[in-house]
Design a protein around this ligand. Structure first.
Ligand SMILES: *Cc1c(COP(=O)(O)O)cnc(C)c1O
Length: 448
């Protein structure tokens, strides 16, 4: 029995569960998607909240360029570029035996400074927000100060009185750990069993306490939460529910709008933008999607991508059970090579806030992510970690769909040939060379 019902009964009500349980690649276009004018209010946050986050990041820019000289070239703003995938696109068409229209682009959060993954948005933002709250409350800082003053021994001694705890499969721990340690916080990262050794080593080298568990992500998060509950000086970064993480991610929307405008790419009703976002617990893709909806309205179509072994958000939104159900409840093992995506139970906050703003969800096998990793490197020279490839099949899923999705959102052949498809690459830059070589070898073998 699964939550009081047999598997047969679940599959009768929700036929796609059969594919999920069989670990088959699946696509589900969300019939509940609604116009921004109706659905944005579900989120409970507004463009003013995102503007506030953006202004906070601007205040910290002078600190960041001091503490992390690699941000000097972007004047202390943590942002990634977009690049066209004109060589990969025809190869994908061959791979999926489909003519792929429109233009395929890559958003390189894989190359974000400081922590080399999409977590450099939300994770770092939450640490900065917490640091600012403390420093303002204790009179160390005013809003008009040059925040570069935080790059000092006295500021580090001040933050050294406080702790930060987080549970992570790796990348969130990296961004919280590196940023928190630089400011002087005592950071503890509770790492799930699937976290890579090099990430633990790197964090320890930054002076972060790493606690390792034999269990998966949910247990690591629960342990972090417990540590913080018993200690008033400890701030817990709640990956499952944090509004601040979400807002840090959402700032990406307005930034992307500027980048597309600079690249002379039009986005409107007749020039749709499809964005493919790898999803773990949901905070990063959910926050980015919220920012995109604020920036582009109904012209942007956000689609989440998950591993076949960890389809937690698809399962949660599809059944409407959100965080009341886990993939393990259905016997799906939540074991995947895609770092950051090995999450069995989705964020209830994100699922409920975003369910009418997301056009669809699909799953990708680990073998496909590895193959695409090698194909991406061969055709474009971009080196990404497996999870960052989850967005690549999206263009083919949308153009090949037979569920009536494009008709429902009113996009005919002309609009589809005008479309821009953006693959959100979420990590890769910090993967050590030998690990990257192993990924590439595996991918090339699978490609044949
Ligand atoms: C964390 C992560 C994601 C997904 O973010 P969630 O907030 O967990 O949904 C995607 N890709 C990579 C590389 C990540 O580290």
């Amino acid at each position: 029995m699964i939550l009081g019902r047999t598997l047969e009964s679940w599959c009768a009500s929700y036929p796609l569960i059969r594919d999920l349980v069989a670990l088959q690649e699946t696509t589900w276009f969300n019939p509940g998607v609604a116009p921004v004018a109706q659905a944005l209010a579900d989120v409970g946050l507004t463009s003013a909240d995102v503007a506030d986050a953006s202004a906070r990041l601007a205040r910290f820019a002078s600190y960041l360029r001091r503490a992390f000289p690699e941000t000097e070239c972007s004047a202390g703003i943590i942002e990634s570029d977009i690049v066209p995938l004109e060589h990969l696109q025809p190869l994908l068409g061959e791979r999926y035996v489909q003519a792929l229209n429109g233009a395929l682009w890559l958003k390189r959060d894989s190359h974000l400074p400081i922590s080399g993954s999409i977590k450099a948005r939300g994770g770092i933002y939450e640490v900065l927000k917490h640091a600012e709250d403390l420093a303002l409350a204790k009179g160390l800082l005013t809003l008009d100060d040059d925040y570069a003053l935080l790059h000092s021994d006295s500021a580090r001694a001040f933050f050294g009185q406080y702790k930060i705890a987080v549970g992570s499969t790796g990348n969130l721990g990296m961004s919280i750990g590196i940023m928190g340690a630089a400011l002087g916080f005592n950071v503890t990262v509770h790492m799930s069993a699937d976290a890579r050794q090099w990430k633990k080593d790197k964090l320890r080298a930054h002076g972060v306490t790493v606690v390792e568990y034999e269990s998966d992500y949910s247990v690591a998060v629960a342990q972090g939460r417990q540590q913080a509950e018993s200690d008033p000086t400890c701030h817990f970064v709640d990956d499952e529910n944090s509004v601040n993480l979400f807002l840090g991610y959402a700032v990406a929307g307005e930034r992307l709008k500027q980048q597309l405008a600079a690249a002379k790419i039009t986005v409107d009703a007749q020039h749709p933008l499809f964005v493919y976002l790898p999803c773990g617990v949901g905070g990063a893709p959910g926050g980015v999607a919220f920012g995109l909806k604020l920036a582009f309205g109904d012209a942007v179509h956000c689609i989440f991508a998950e591993p076949t072994h960890s389809p937690c958000m698809l399962l949660g939104v599809y059944t409407g059970l959100h965080d009341e159900v886990s993939v393990q409840d259905f016997g799906i093992d939540n074991v995947t090579a895609a770092d950051g995506l090995a999450v069995g139970r989705a964020s209830g906050f994100v699922g409920k806030a975003m369910q009418r703003l997301l056009d669809g969800f699909y799953t990708v096998s680990d073998e496909e992510m590895y193959s695409l990793l090698a194909l991406m490197e061969r055709s474009e020279g971009q080196r990404l970690e497996p999870s960052a490839l989850a967005g690549v099949p999206g263009i083919a899923r949308v153009q090949g769909e037979q569920q009536g999705y494009r008709a429902r959102i009113g996009l005919g052949p002309q609009a589809m040939s005008n479309a821009t498809h953006l693959v959100w690459a979420t990590g890769g830059n910090m993967v050590p060379a030998d690990e990257m070589d192993a990924y590439l070898t595996k991918g090339r073998e699978l490609l044949g």
